[in-house]
Design a protein around this ligand. Structure first.
Ligand code: AQP
Length: 328
């Protein structure tokens, strides 16, 4: 049976291998049999200040990259979060039904606020905005990377809490969908941290638009270890395990098979082959990206998506406001 699927990506930079293998691959798989709503979550991007011009550019980049990897605007709704006002509106209602205690336990908040003396309130509250993003579309399935597990749990807790108070038909309680391989791609320079768009070191990630020289530099310099054995062991050999995971996910081959293939060989060979596989995978994506950005179609697709998403969101907002006794 067709389900409602919702997910999003922050326009905080170019989509990288982690976003692709953890989330976007699922976006494409799921659109075959489901009703999919894919958002560019620009309101999330401003939890830390952003240059407006750069933000606008990143929004269009992410939208184009959705299409480049195979999200089809004829099958899926693609839109920008801030174009549908229900996201921020529902977030406020959910904030009034969540606790500061549960938000302070979010690991991402703990990690990010540690670095800053005065963390913005948005950084504290954004998991509630994410809950609103999901609940606003009566979502059944949320395809994401495993770094989002805690946020999905929070979304479910808040939805169940509201349903208990205002009636079971207030919110659909969603489920996260995580891939077995690719759900957590690690940073190339520090394989104990996840690959991320906002990490300072460009060589910590492979972005989908990277050219051959950058891909080569990032992979050949990736942190490994000194024992020289190509073996999947994330705890003791996080760097090599990460390279094997990326390789396996790119060529749809189990990591155990790659371990056999590279038994007795050096890290240099594994890295060189991974460079080759990555370059082959990304080259056509870069070409398609240039075509899409030049076509002038993007704005129309996003405006159309916002209209479709807005109509769906209105149905849910009307229901929620009635349940809470808000408005006329
Ligand atoms: N390393 C990853 N491995 C697998 N999946 C990942 N995702 C993110 N990183 C990985 C998944 O990609 C989707 C979009 O997430 P995002 O926009 O929050 O991406 P990001 O790279 O984490 O971006 P930032 O700006 O660098 O975020 P923060 O602020 O968190 O550091 C999600 O489905 C995510 O799970």
């Amino acid at each position: 049976m067709s389900k409602r699927v919702f997910s999003g990506v922050q326009p905080t930079g170019n989509i990288h291998m982690g976003n692709y293998l953890g989330a976007l691959k699922q976006f494409v798989q799921l659109q075959r049999d489901n009703e999919c709503v894919y958002c560019i979550v620009d309101l999330h991007a401003i939890t830390v200040p952003k240059d407006p011009k750069e933000l606008r550019e990143n929004i269009l980049n992410v939208a184009a990259l959705y299409m480049v990897v195979g999200v089809d605007p004829a099958k899926s709704t693609i839109f920008i979060q801030s174009d549908v006002s229900g996201h921020a509106e529902l977030a406020w209602i959910l904030m009034c039904n969540s606790y500061t205690g549960e938000l302070s336990r979010m690991t991402q908040f703990k990690d990010k606020s540690r670095a800053s003396e005065s963390a913005p309130t948005g950084l504290f509250a954004y998991p509630i905005l994410m809950a609103a993003d999901i609940l606003l579309y009566d979502t059944d399935i949320v395809p994401v990377g495993s770094d989002q597990k805690q946020h999905i749990e929070l979304t479910r807790d808040v939805a169940i809490r509201v349903n208990n108070k205002y009636g079971d038909d207030t919110f659909v309680v969603p489920e996260g969908r995580f891939l077995k391989e690719g759900a957590r791609i690690m940073s190339l320079d520090d394989p104990t941290a996840k690959m991320s768009k906002s990490a300072e070191n460009e060589l910590s990630r492979i972005s989908l638009l990277d050219d051959e020289a950058k891909i080569k530099k990032a992979i050949m310099r990736a942190t490994t270890d000194s024992d020289g054995e190509i073996r999947y062991d994330p705890e003791n050999k996080p760097g090599v395990s990460n390279l094997l995971t990326i390789y396996g996910a790119l060529v749809d081959t189990p990591v155990a098979e790659l371990e056999r293939k590279y038994a007795g060989q050096g890290y240099g060979t594994l890295k060189k082959d991974l460079v080759e596989v990555t370059v082959q995978t990304l080259r056509p994506l870069r070409e398609r990206y240039t075509e899409i950005r030049a076509s002038g179609e993007l704005e129309r697709i996003l405006a159309d998506g916002a209209e479709r998403a807005g109509s769906q969101a209105e149905i849910v907002m009307k229901r929620v406001k009635e349940k809470f006794g808000l408005g006329l």
